[in-house]
Ligand binder design. Structure first.
Ligand code: NAD
Ligand code: UDP
Length: 317
């Protein structure tokens, strides 16, 4: 049995990861400052004998005895990471230093949840890991994009300089139950708007594209990377190459919810990437991983979750 630290464990992805690690027979230490995470995401785990929650901000050092670290702590939606951009950069950079320092002292493996945002507004599509990206260093997304880029740099420098065992996953847009209803991400926004009969807010002309991966597939890929051959440091893209425009997504969600909602066009936010699609050849080759959940199946489960949120069957605290 391993004792595994998950930073950001009460967030959307973190809570699913904690569940997976417990199911695999591990002890989990969930570390979170509850900035965007929720107690209700992990409420069902609190009574599990192998689960422990610690309220802590990873920009401060942490002394714990663990066997592995997954570093997920960082607000992930544009609305939330732009709320306090300086804190966002601090979380990525100082959080990475603190988690890497802990891994160095304990001589353990540490995985960094990086992002497709390191590619910025990409000039090539799909994006392979070798693509160096096109990021505006002074724009409103930079606190997140550049913070995550520096975190990757730190991971590779700790690896080269101190032989810390690292794994870097580049996560592409992921959706599923426990997305925050108020975080402004497109899937949660569209589903909630459709269920409430409100107009769906399309930013720009809706021709920008994204590729959406269901949370279970993402967590499976992350777990496989952590447990892969020690020479595989990454970065490894994990995401679903099924690319679509925001207009197509809106139409699909309206159809699936049977909603009468219409579309409302709003200005495109600054530096909003025009296209995004992962090249997952490395994940297929090295991890024998590819997404299994069809978009319709994943959206169905996500719609059911948000229906429960609206009827208060799922109570968010
Ligand atoms: P989330 O906002 O739901 O979860 C982030 C968690 O980190 C929250 O529980 C929050 O309270 C916690 N946190 C934030 N700052 C912290 C700090 N200083 N100290 C301790 N805890 C802190 O977001 P998510 O979607 O679950 O994302 C998890 C990770 O995956 C993030 O690092 C994000 O950058 C990365 N990622 C997510 C996506 C996606 O589509 N969901 C895509 C790319 C990358
Ligand atoms: N978007 C939109 N309407 C919304 C929320 C988002 O059209 O109500 C667009 C947004 O401009 C972006 C895409 O959907 O082009 C994905 O946005 P999200 O915030 O989910 O993720 P990210 O931009 O980080 O990929």
């Amino acid at each position: 049995m391993k004792r595994i630290l998950v930073s950001g464990g009460s967030g959307f992805l973190g809570s699913h990861l904690c569940e997976k690690l417990l199911k695999e027979g591990n002890e989990v230490l969930c570390v979170d400052n509850l900035f965007t995470g929720r107690k209700s995401n992990i409420h069902h785990l609190l009574s599990h004998k192998n689960f422990e929650f610690l309220r802590h901000d990873i920009t401060h050092p942490l002394y714990a005895e663990v066997d592995e670290i997954y570093n997920l702590a960082c607000p992930a939606s544009p609305l939330h990471y732009q709320f306090d951009p300086i804190q966002t950069t601090k979380t990525s950079v100082m959080g990475a230093i603190n988690m890497l320092g802990l891994a160095k002292r304990l001589k353990i493996k540490v995985l960094q949840a990086s992002t497709s945002e390191v590619y910025g507004d990409p000039e090539i599509n799909p994006q392979p890991e070798s693509y160096k990206g096109c990021v505006n260093p002074i724009g409103i997304r930079a606190c997140y994009d550049e913070g995550k880029r520096v975190a990757e740099t730190l991971f590779f420098d700790y690896h080269r300089q101190h032989q810390v065992k690292i794994k870097v996953i580049r996560i592409f847009n992921t959706y599923g139950p426990r997305m925050q209803p108020n975080d402004g991400r497109v899937v949660s926004n569209f589903i909630l708007q459709a269920l409430k009969g409100e107009d769906l807010t399309i930013f720009g002309e809706g021709t920008q594209s994204r590729s959406f991966c269901y949370v279970d597939d993402l967590i499976d890929g992350m777990y496989r990377l952590m447990n892969s051959n020690e020479h595989l440091t990454g970065p490894v893209n994990i995401g679903n190459p099924n690319e679509m425009t925001m207009l197509e997504l809106a139409e699909k969600i309206i159809l699936m919810t049977g909603s009468r909602s219409k579309l409302r066009f709003l200005p495109l936010p600054q530096d909003d990437p025009l296209q995004r699609r992962p090249d997952i050849s490395q994940a297929k080759r090295e991890l024998d991983w590819e997404p299994k959940t069809h978009l319709d199946q994943g959206l169905e489960k996500t719609i059911q979750y948000f229906e429960k949120v609206l009827t208060k069957e799922v109570v968010l605290v």
